[in-house]
Ligand binder design. Sequence first.
Ligand code: SAM
Length: 261
Amino acid sequence: MENKDLKKIYEKAYKKGENKHFTNLIEGLHSEEREILNATQWKGKKVLDVGCGTGLFVHEAAKRGAFVIGLDYVPQAIEIAKRTHKHPNIEFRCEDIHKTINKYKGRKFDVVVSVGTVEHLDKPFAMLKLFKQIVKPRGEIIFTCPNWINPRGLILQTMRYLFDAPITLADLHYFSPRIFERWAAKNKLQLRWKTFDTSWGAGDMLLRDLKRRLPNVLRDMGLKNDRGIKNFLKWLKDEALQVPWTGKYVGVNTLYHVKKK
Ligand SMILES: C[S@@+](CC[C@H](N)C(=O)[O-])C[C@H]1O[C@@H](n2cnc3c(N)ncnc32)[C@H](O)[C@@H]1O
C-alpha cells in the first residue's frame, strides 16, 4: 500500500465522521495537539501543518497568535476545516504534500508541524529532510507518531510480523524513537522526544483498544475467535497489566521536537 491508496480510507473517514471511524480512545481530549501546543511558543510564528485533517491544531495555534497554513489532501477534511475553524490567521489548502512540498522552498516557516501523519507518508525521512529545508535557521519541526515499543506494540507487532495481521487501517510505517534518534544524529539535528498516552500503551485504554480492534483484525484475517479474545483480555487485565509498566517508552504516542542547529 502507498500513501495515495490511503486517500480513499481518509475520505470515507471524514464523510462518516472521523471520531466514529478511527479508534478514538486517547487519554483526555486531543492529547497529540496538546503536547505539540505545549512544546513551543506560537505567537507571531509562521507555521505549516502537514496533514491538518479537520483543522483542530491549526485553529489552536492561530488562537495563540501563529499564522498557520493547514494542508490536507482530502477535500472533505478541508471543507470541514474551513467551515468550523474560521480565523484571520488561518489558510487551509487542499494539497498532496508529496506534490507540493517544493513550492514551499524559500517560504521559511518558523515551525513545520505534523500530527499523526508522518507514518502515513511514502518516504517519511525524505519528507522530513524537505521539512528541514523549509524551516528557518533555528526553526522547528514538531510531529507526533505512534510508538510501538510497549506492551500494546509488542502484542500487535507480533501479530503483524508472524501472521501479516492488518493491525491498523492506514499506517505505512511502524516507528519508535530509536530510529528518529539515529536520523537526527546523522542529519546533525537536535532532537527531543517523549512518549505519552501511557494508559493506552499498558493500561485500561489498551484493554479498550484491543477489545474493539482484535475482533476486526481477526475477522479481516478470516480467523474469528471471540472466546480466545475474551480470555486473552481477561489475562491481560488480571495478570499482565497488574504489574507496573513504567519508563520512557510506555506511551503509545510520541512527540518529536526537532530543532535546526
Ligand atoms: C491520522 S490523520 C491526522 C489528521 C490531523 N492531523 C489530526 O491529528 O486530527 C492523517 C491526515 O494526513 C492526511 N494526509 C495523508 N497523506 C497526505 C498527503 N500526502 N498530503 C496531504 N495530507 C495527507 C490525511 O488526509 C489525514 O487527514
